[in-house]
Design a protein around this ligand. Sequence first.
Ligand SMILES: Nc1ncnc2c1ncn2[C@@H]1O[C@H](COP(=O)(O)OP(=O)(O)OP(=O)(O)O)[C@@H](O)[C@H]1O
Length: 256
Amino acid sequence: MSLLQVDNLTKRFGGLLAVDSVSFAVPRGAVFGLIGPNGAGKTTVFNLITGNYESNSGSVSFDSRDITGRPTHWIVAAGIARTFQTIRLFANMSVVENVLAGCHCRMRSGPVASMLRLPRQHKEERQALAKSMAELEFVGLFDQAENLARNLSYGNQRLLEIGRALASDPQLIILDEPAGGMNELETAALVSLIARIQARGITVLLIEHDMSLVMKACEHLVVLEYGKKIAEGPPAEIKKNPLVIEAYLGSDDEDF
Ligand SMILES: Nc1ncnc2c1ncn2[C@@H]1O[C@H](COP(=O)(O)OP(=O)(O)OP(=O)(O)O)[C@@H](O)[C@H]1O
C-alpha cells in the first residue's frame, strides 16, 4: 500500500510546463528518489506535494487521504515534513531553538494556556525540549545545541534542517538535495542517517544530484526530464536506461 500517491500532477508557470502529468507512488517505509537534470521539475513536484504551489491539475493523496490543494501547515500536521534546497533556518536562533520550532505543530496548548503559563503548557515545553535534544542527538548535533544556527558549517546546517523536520514526527520526510554542499565524508554519514531515518519507520522521498548517494540510499527512482517522467525503477536499472543516460548527457549536469 502506498503512503504517497501522485496522479497526473501538472504545473504551468506562464507558458512553461514545469511538471507535465507526473504520476508515481511511494510505498510506506521506502527510500524513494526523484532525479533528473537541472530544471527537470523535481523541486516543483515537491512544492506541489507540500502545498507550497497549487497544481493546475492532478492529485496528491497521502495516507489514503486526498491532500491536493491543502495548505502547508495542514500538510505538516498530516505527517509530511521537508527540507529545502536553499537552507531555510532561523539563522540568529540557537540550534535547539530551530528544532523546537519543528515541534510546535504537535503542541496542543492554545494561546491562552501559553500566556498564562498553565501547567499543561509547562509540561508540553519540557517534552518539546527533550524531543528536540533527542533529534539533535539523532542527527549528530547534540553538542551544538546552544550555538547559533548561522555558526554551523554548511553540512551541519543541512543536518539541522533534517533534525527540525524530524521533530514534527512525520510519516514522510521530503529532502531536497540534502547532500548539497557536503563533502565526501559528510555525504557518507548522510547515507547512514537516511538508513536510520528509514529504520524508524519514516518514509523518505529525496531529490539529489549526488549519484553515489542516490545509488546507495534509494530503493527506487523516478526520473524527470522537461517536466515529464521518462523512467522509473531500481537504481541499478535506471543507471543503464538509455533514455536516462541521454537525458543526462544532453544536460549540463555531469553527475550521472
Ligand atoms: N516559481 C517559479 N516561477 C517560474 N518558473 C519556475 C518557478 N519555479 C520553477 N520554475 C521553472 O520550472 C522549471 C522546473 O524547475 P524546478 O526547480 O522544479 O527544477 P528542478 O528539477 O528542481 O531543478 P534543479 O535540479 O536545478 O533544482 C524550470 O524551468 C524553472 O525555471
